[in-house]
Design a protein around this ligand. Structure first.
Ligand SMILES: Cc1ncc(COP(=O)(O)O)c(C=O)c1O
Length: 386
């Protein structure tokens, strides 16, 4: 696969590339990739297109069988066919989880900074949002378990659900076994559900890290967790609207079904097919992607390490680099760092959307040449004020 191939995306109405019409701004914001899908996926989609009949289908049954095998093969996680329900997308799953697993007046906890729908879905469900800020300990973003316990034990707060992001967007941590066990143990102690968004599970970049689904830890976590997954992030299929949830607990499934039955249908044949091909035929493409992303990340670190007052911790997963520009912005009286980079030709993710003013997020799933041009623009802008 030639990940260096430049692909014109504006003609295909790309949200990422159409954000700045008629402006010379390199868009490195929303989390999709500038790479073509694996040829195997394209071929299988082409066969469906060529069939020329797009009627109802039961392909979801085949895909679930293959997903059961895939999560076992990749994550050593044993699941059952009955545990799976398809979703039109992960965000739909987060919103449904908030509504199905809590009642009005309850609170939902999440660790910040966080992918924005973790916060908006709580508000949309009219629940209370409780934020637990991640802390940097020994050079890593970490959960503060003492504070987590304080919050969960506060009966006035009525926290009934933890929204977990693993691997975490935007800080890029792959939560390790100890951390997950701590979260699971506290969830058990205070009897709260866990909704674990694991969309980035195929994007572990650090060879020494392994993604562990929190539901796979033990019988208790298995029964209190709703896991949300998709192939969309890893294989660049987000526009095909296919995600899935896995819940071993029939009570959780019944609560979800109460909301989704009659509203959510099995995803369309294209989304199902792309997901199926990704999990059955694309291991080599996936390996090449991870190598390419790792090289891009190394490039970013080369640049950022030269920039005074801008800090970044090499992430373990995702193609999203998380930069702390607070010191830099305050030193140079820059009010809005995101806007400032835009004015200097680079469109990044805005930290304030993630509950982190002064941070920006670089989506580095792009061609190396595009990334380097963007980094060079950032460097030039920084050098001008330093
Ligand atoms: C953690 C996380 N969850 C969900 C999504 C979006 O998923 P979907 O497009 O399937 O709703 C993203 C996209 O970046 C994400 O980072």
């Amino acid at each position: 696969m030639n990940f260096d191939e430049i692909v014109e995306r504006k003609i295909a109405h790309s949200r990422k590339w159409c954000k700045y019409p008629n402006k010379d701004i390199i868009p490195l914001w929303i989390a999709d990739m500038d790479f073509k899908a694996a040829p195997e996926i394209v071929n299988d989609l082409q066969s469906i297109l060529d069939h020329q009949i797009y009627g109802y289908n039961d392909f979801n049954k085949v895909v679930v069988q293959n997903l059961v095998k895939y999560v076992d093969r990749k994550l050593s996680w044993i699941t059952s066919h009955a545990d799976y329900m398809f979703l039109p997308g992960m965000v739909a799953g987060i919103n449904v989880a908030c509504r199905a697993l809590t009642n009005e007046g309850d609170a939902i906890l999440t660790a910040t900074p966080i992918y924005p729908p973790f916060m908006s879905s709580v508000k949309l469900a009219s629940r209370k949002l409780v934020k637990l800020p991640l802390e940097i300990v020994d050079g890593h973003y970490s959960w503060n378990f003492t504070k987590l316990e304080e919050l969960l034990s506060d009966t006035a707060l009525k926290i009934k659900l933890i929204l977990l992001c693993n691997p975490h967007n935007p800080v890029g941590r792959v939560w390790n076994k100890d951390e997950l066990e701590n979260i699971a143990a506290l969830a058990k102690k205070y009897n709260v559900y866990i909704c674990s968004d694991e969309i980035h599970y195929g994007l572990v970049l650090d060879k020494n890290k392994k993604h562990i689904p929190i539901a796979s830890l033990n019988d208790d976590s298995k029964m209190r967790t709703l896991t949300l997954m998709a192939q969309s992030k890893t294989f660049n299929l987000a526009g095909l609207d296919c995600a899935y949830m896995i819940a071993a607990n029939p009570e959780i499934r019944a609560k979800l079904a109460k909301i989704t039955t009659g509203l959510f249908f099995s995803p369309n044949i294209f989304g199902l097919s792309a997901t199926n091909t990704a999990i059955t035929k694309c291991d080599d493409w996936h390996d090449e992607l991870i190598a390419y992303l790792n090289n891009n990340l190394t490039e970013i670190i080369k640049y950022v390490s030269q920039w005074q007052d801008i800090e970044m911790i090499r992430q373990e997963a995702t193609y999203l680099a998380w930069l702390d520009c607070r010191k830099f912005a305050s030193k140079h009286n820059i009010n809005n760092i995101h806007k400032w980079f835009e004015e200097n030709g680079v469109g990044l993710g805005d930290g304030s959307d993630f509950d982190a003013d002064g941070f920006v997020r670089i989506n580095f799933a792009t061609q190396r040449a595009v990334l380097i041009e963007a980094l060079q623009r950032m460097k030039d802008a920084i050098n001008q004020v330093q």
